[in-house]
Design a protein around this ligand. Structure first.
Ligand SMILES: Nc1ncnc2c1ncn2[C@@H]1O[C@H](COP(=O)(O)OP(=O)(O)OP(=O)(O)O)[C@@H](O)[C@H]1O
Length: 359
């Protein structure tokens, strides 16, 4: 899938802009705040029906205006797909494919595979476990609809179980039979989710390590592992063993919603012991592995958005990255950078066609 044209109206700081794009590399350069990331974000909007950065849809409308439109034309094997995302203040957002409004956003997801790499991915390292679970869940659910369904069902039962624990505490009562019904449902959905996460990481971790080695030139050992209470005990055993604690806490303290991913460098947590460049390399490797994973499953090369990617990387890592881009693993790429000359230098070294848009 190649994005051949995009136009933005009132999207964040962009009043009105149209771009006719290259099928390989597109670079957006300019000073801080001119709107480079905004353009990449608009491409993300076309694929996922939402901003990568601001989940509150109305805040993506340019200040003082009352609507935005992002209009993209994609080409796939000679066929055109026109996707138009728009939002008018006070109304529901609309996503149209070839003039027809989608009933549900979920029907659009998957049509345009895309991976964004951005400085805000640092949240994956510095924030709590929820961010890392979300990353894992997003990658798995892009190719596994049943996983997403199980996840939704698990969270629903979890909310009900927590409400019941609260009810017990408030009313000084306990009903083991009702709780058991929730436990059984939680275990049924939870075990499926656990198995899928194990299988996913078995496939994902070697791809990730390979990507990291290529970017860093093998200069340090990194590790990614699955940290789950279910690695030691079944969910059913965990629920029984922690019942007294859960009744005191009035919520479910064990389960898949506590899973995490452990990121390490030379055996130590990367959050505390990785340099900025090493952390950045780790995140790029993680996202490139996501790219590979989606590509292997969907047999389509996702669009790759590289937001401010060269910052903090030394020359040899930038060179390795460019070499990566040069093999035919990748499809269309969008790059944003403050240094126009640096970008041009870098993309010139690839054997790909490119366009540089100076904003
Ligand atoms: N709803 C909005 N209306 C108007 N401006 C907005 C809105 N949301 C964000 N902005 C502004 O858009 C501008 C462009 O941001 P963007 O992140 O695209 O810049 P950039 O060119 O990538 O800069 P940098 O080099 O600093 O990363 C910023 O000044 C930001 O404050």
């Amino acid at each position: 899938m190649i994005l051949s044209k995009i136009s933005l109206i009132n999207y964040k700081n962009i009043v009105s802009k149209d771009f006719t794009l290259d099928s390989n590399i597109n670079c957006f350069t300019g000073n801080n705040g001119v709107g480079k990331t905004t353009i990449l974000d608009a491409v993300h909007y076309l694929a996922f029906g939402k901003s990568y950065f601001n989940p509150i849809a109305s805040q993506n409308i340019k200040h003082g205006e009352d609507f935005f439109v992002v209009d993209g034309t994609f080409e796939k094997k000679g066929n055109e797909e026109r996707i138009v995302c728009s939002l008018k203040k006070g109304q529901k957002k609309s996503i149209k494919r070839n003039g027809k409004v989608y009933d549900k956003l979920s029907n659009h997801l998957g049509l345009i595979p895309l991976v964004m790499i951005s400085p805000s991915d640092r949240d994956l390292i510095i924030e709590g476990s929820e961010t890392r679970r979300k990353f894992m869940d997003n990658v798995i659910s892009q190719s596994n609809k049943k996983y997403l369904q199980n996840l939704i069902s698990y969270n629903k039962v979890l909310t009900q179980r927590n409400a019941l624990l609260k009810y017990f505490a408030l009313n000084n009562t306990f009903d083991g039979t009702t709780l058991e019904v929730y436990n059984e449902q939680l275990c049924a959905f939870g075990n499926d989710i656990y198995q899928e996460r194990v299988a996913f990481l078995d496939a994902f971790i070697p791809i990730f390590k390979n990507r990291y080695a290529l970017i860093s030139g093998n200069s340090e050992q990194i590790d990614l592992s699955y940290d789950s209470q279910l690695n030691e005990q079944t969910l059913s055993e965990l629920l029984v063993a922690n019942l007294a604690k859960d009744r005191v806490l009035q919520y479910t303290s064990v389960g898949l919603h506590k899973d995490d991913l452990k990121f390490e460098i030379d055996g130590y947590p990367i959050k505390k012991f990785g340099s900025q460049g090493q952390q950045k390399s780790f995140l790029i490797a993680l996202k490139l592995a996501q790219f590979d994973f989606i590509k292997n499953i969907s047999h389509v090369k996702p669009i790759l958005l590289l937001d401010d990617i060269f910052d903090k990387l030394d020359e040899s890592r930038v060179t390795h990255l460019v070499q990566l881009v040069n093999d035919d693993t990748f499809g269309q790429i969008f790059i944003s950078d403050t240094h126009s000359e640096r970008t041009e230098e870098v993309v010139k070294k690839t054997n790909q066609s490119y366009k540089i848009f100076k904003l």
